[in-house]
Design a protein around this ligand. Structure first.
Ligand code: SF4
Length: 83
């Protein structure tokens, strides 16, 4: 589960968030490209390739798309405050 204490500083506030890389704990974004390729309207990459939220989903379809990225993230670096 994504660590809500380690949110990426560039996330747009709201339901979904990405976490910062955590070199010590082994959790956090590994810049794998999945989310910002799969849902580029909602996820972007910073200068290091780490993901953050650029827009919060509002419709059921958008939420489903973001949830798919959450489930596809290989290191559980995407969080949903409502889960
Ligand atoms: S899917 Fe996860 S690890 Fe990959 S870029 Fe997105 S947040 Fe980072």
């Amino acid at each position: 589960m994504a660590n809500s204490e380690m949110k990426h500083s560039k996330n747009i506030a709201g339901r979904f968030y990405c976490t910062d890389p955590d070199d010590e704990g082994g959790e956090g974004c590994i810049a794998c490209n999945v989310c910002y390729s799969g849902a580029p309207d909602f996820f972007a990459e910073d200068d290091d390739g780490n993901a953050y939220i650029i827009k919060q989903p509002t419709t059921d379809e958008e939420i489903e798309l973001c949830t798919e990225q959450l489930e596809a993230c290989p290191v559980s670096s995407i969080g949903d405050a409502e889960q």
